[in-house]
Write a protein that binds this ligand. Structure first.
Ligand code: NAD
Ligand code: GLY
Length: 363
């Protein structure tokens, strides 16, 4: 049985758009109704996702755009860099694509972030559509307009805010996702519970096995609720002058793990999962939540087959890496902490306490 599609609006005035969530959307022409008219569309994907899904997307787009081309980039976080970004510009310029061209980012968060940044820059900005094919991208990275590439000194450090004109999350594409990637996506789903909705955390606890088995009804609910929470936060604080930072729960520690190990060693979602364990431990040691809550969240993260112990490159190295975090203010690291179940805040913490947390959560 096919579950009904849903649309989650993201209210950003003239930059507002819909997130469509459902099964079989890639092949459904109406999913593309109302997109900007243009002579050409370029689908940017990678060598893993392109061969599986680009033909279906191209077929759906051909009624709408006279010219539809596909560019396949190398796969992996290690390629979210200047060289690969430049390949998009090479293809656009060599192909004579004009400033009305619509880019379609078909893939996970790496393709989405990089294509979005290309769209923000090409001819000073062209429209783009996110077609996320990982759970992580469907619940987080495709929504909200953050686009970026990595720098060897820091993750997502070079980028722009550029909202897509639509997000089309076809749940069927998740069926080919390796289990490790499903777990990585679950980290970002779990994140929304502690920061915004304790009831959703309880729902995830009840339905984790269904989610890991890719049950369409469970996935649909998880993607919709995640997108609703993210849409609400982004609508209030599009450019992260305050509230939006709570979406980075677990990311300060997580980015340090990713950068410290070298991009691609751990998956982003794995680093975020482990980072949430550290961040909730910090929240407990700051006296904000009790130890039982920290244990509850850690148990769920472990059940999702995510790492709950970080790599042990030493507290001093973690602290050094975290000082590069975008939330850092004048060299002072700022952490997203849980103030009470379902409510987060951003605040500094003493280095010595953070070092204790790192020592306790690494091996
Ligand atoms: P990813 O894009 O590397 O995708 C994971 C792997 O799955 C890749 O090998 C990819 O080719 C493959 N894949 C994708 N879809 C598939 C499918 N349907 N079937 C089989 N294989 C498939 O990683 P990700 O976890 O999707 O995204 C992580 C990236 O997202 C990081 O770079 C992170 O910084 C970024 N991110 C951005 C935001 C944001 O707000 N912009 C938020 C969270 C994460
Ligand atoms: N993933 C964090 C954000 O979009 O702000």
């Amino acid at each position: 049985m096919t579950i009904p599609s849903v649309g989650v609006p993201i209210e950003l005035g003239e930059r507002g758009y819909d997130i469509l969530i459902g099964q079989g959307l890639l092949g459904r022409a109406e999913a593309f109704d109302g997109l900007p008219r243009a002579a050409a569309a370029l689908i940017v994907s990678n060598t893993t996702v392109g061969p599986r899904y680009a033909a279906a997307l191209a077929a759906a787009l051909r009624g709408r755009y006279a010219r539809v081309e596909v560019l396949e980039l190398p796969d992996g976080e290690a390629h979210k860099d200047w060289l690969t970004l430049n390949r998009v510009f090479d293809a656009l310029l060599a192909g004579g694509f004009d400033r009305k061209t619509v880019l379609f980012a078909l893939g996970g968060g790496v393709v989405g972030d990089l294509t979005g940044f290309a769209a923000a820059c090409y001819m000073r900005g062209v429209p783009f559509v996110q077609v996320p094919t990982t759970l992580l991208a469907q619940v987080d990275s495709s929504v909200g307009g953050k686009t970026a590439i990595n720098h060897p000194l820091g993750k997502n450090m070079i980028g722009a805010f550029h909202q897509p004109v639509r997000v089309i999350a076809d749940l069927d594409t998740l069926s080919s996702l390796p289990p490790r990637e499903v777990s990585a996506g679950l980290a970002e789903v779990i994140k929304y519970g502690p920061i915004a909705d304790d009831g959703f955390l309880a729902w995830i606890e009840q339905h984790l096995d269904d989610l890991m088995a890719l049950d369409p009804a469970a996935l649909s609910h998880a993607v919709r609720r995640s997108c609703e929470i993210k849409a609400e936060v982004v609508a209030q604080d599009e450019r992260e002058s305050g509230l939006r930072a709570i979406l980075n729960f677990g990311h300060t520690f997580g980015h340090a793990i990713e950068t410290g190990l070298g991009y691609g060693e751990w998956l982003h979602g794995e680093a975020v999962g482990c980072g949430m364990v550290m961040a909730v431990e910090l929240s407990a040691r700051l006296g904000l939540v009790d130890a039982a809550y920290a244990q509850r969240l850690t148990a769920l993260i472990r059940r999702a087959r995510l790492p709950v112990q970080g790599p042990s490159f030493g507290a001093a190295r973690y602290l050094e890496l975290m000082r590069h975090d975008k939330k850092a203010d004048g060299g002072e690291i700022r952490f997203v902490v849980i103030e009470s179940p379902g409510r987060a805040a951003v605040r500094p913490a003493p280095d010595a306490l953070v070092a204790e947390v790192i020592d306790a959560c690494t091996r």
